[in-house]
Design a protein around this ligand. Structure first.
Ligand code: NAP
Length: 389
């Protein structure tokens, strides 16, 4: 229970809470098997799957999705920091012990999802690759490395073939923004984009969610609001800062969106300017985008292009006040696109809004889709099966 005393400490409350934040659970379960590559996967194969960062916000979603999408898990190895070693985590109704992530643990692992931050990836991914394990990385450590493909399966699936043991997933805001931008690029030819994000606190990890919830409760009790994970109070506030500031005044998140958009789309000179903002939403990021295109645009053609794209769901009916919201797109595989209109300041410009689940398309789901694609295309086989050939 939440401590009743007035000057309670957020830090102590977070430390002592053992269950997942209720706010992290989407309103309704919407995992659909037909979103996955299950039908076209080899069901006789069974993989030893590792998750590094299994106790975190992304790791926990990976566990749910592995089960819901019937990924062929033969055995599961869960890794986190030494703090979590020995803790049991539920998978398919069974408790699986968490192990400390350290060199040598990947010998039997076929595919390891890394969701424990850049330093852990840098320290352990090379060891995993040496052990013949495919690494699918959620951190930003290697995304721009020319030897590491950066993949969104709906956009550049062919890039998986050039991997050298590691495949990276994009930053969560980039992934959500591109699910709106990509179908419009294919239709009209993207020339530049300018955006502002509305990013949920779960993008900063499980502790940031608890911080928001603790602040809301403290506010209702008239207590002092404390912060530790985010740079300022987030409850009843918005912060125009996601990540730290670089010398040009842009934050790391803003710079990531620029570079990662270019690498994934192959538009290597694409002008991009973004302001990233943290908002007091638990789950799912939104992005307001203004994009200029090479060819003439129309709202009707833009809606058609979005509706036909496998990664997006068109929710765009101003007459009924219908548009995507983060609540509606939490726990959804697709990202919602709406508010499509002609931009009044750009030539051949469109303004629109995208909401998508940062923990799914922005992280765990995208990573799992990459593994599913690798299996479907015969590029990932269990080590045991390879040894028997
Ligand atoms: P999180 O909730 O803070 O979880 C961090 C995880 O990493 C925990 O399982 C933690 O284990 C583990 N960890 C920390 N230090 C470790 C160490 N030295 N060795 C092994 N494991 C360690 O963070 P998250 O939001 O899940 O993010 C994980 C990664 O995904 C980050 O790189 C993040 O940038 C990226 N990402 C996140 C999102 C998102 O929306 N949250 C989206 C895209 C990408 P303990 O519990 O033992 O501390």
């Amino acid at each position: 229970m939440f401590p009743a005393r007035m000057n309670w400490s957020v830090e102590a409350w977070i430390r002592t809470r053992r269950t997942r934040s209720a706010g992290l659970m989407p309103r309704a379960e919407r995992v659909l098997l037909n979103d996955s590559q299950y039908e076209s996967m080899d069901k006789t194969a069974s993989f030893t799957v590792g998750i590094v960062g299994a106790t975190g916000a992304v790791g926990q979603e990976l566990l749910r999705l592995l089960e819901a999408r019937r990924f062929p898990v033969g055995s599961l190895r869960l890794f986190a920091s030494a703090r979590s070693a020995g803790r049991k985590v539920l998978f398919a109704g069974q408790g699986v012990s968490v192990e400390e992530a350290r060199p040598g643990v990947f010998a039997q692992v076929d595919v390891a999802f890394f969701a424990a931050g850049g330093p852990v990836t840098r320290a352990l991914a090379p060891d995993a690759v040496k052990a013949g394990c495919l690494v699918i990385d959620k951190s930003s450590a290697l995304r721009l490395d020319p030897d590491v493909p950066l993949v969104i399966p709906e956009i550049n699936p062919e890039a998986i073939r050039s991997h050298k043991g590691i495949i990276a997933c994009p930053n969560c805001s980039t992934a959500v923004a591109l699910m709106g931008l990509w179908p419009l690029h294919r239709r009209f030819g993207l020339k530049r984009y300018i955006a502002a994000t509305y990013q949920s606190v779960s993008g900063a990890g499980a502790e940031a969610v608890q911080e928001l919830e603790a602040q809301v409760l403290a506010h209702t009790r008239g207590a002092v609001l404390q912060h530790k994970v985010l740079p300022h109070q987030i409850a009843f506030n918005v912060l125009p800062q996601v990540d730290s500031f670089g010398p040009n005044g842009y934050t790391g998140e803003e710079t990531k969106m620029m570079h990662e958009s270019r690498k994934i789309t192959g538009l290597l000179e694409l002008p991009v300017s973004v302001t990233c903002v943290r908002v007091p939403v638990v789950r799912a990021h939104s992005v307001a985008i203004h994009a200029e295109f090479e060819r003439p645009v129309s709202v009707e053609a833009a809606r058609e292009a979005v509706a036909a794209f496998s990664g997006a769901e068109l929710v765009d009916d101003p007459s009924r006040e219908e548009y995507p919201t983060p609540l509606d797109f939490s726990g959804k595989a697709k990202c919602g696109v709406g508010r499509i209109r002609l931009d009044t300041a750009l030539s051949n410009g469109l303004a629109f809004w995208v909401s998508g689940d940062n923990l799914w398309k922005g992280a765990a789901l995208n990573a799992l889709q990459i593994a599913e694609l690798m299996i479907r295309d015969g590029l990932l086989r269990p080590k045991a099966a390879l040894a028997a050939v």
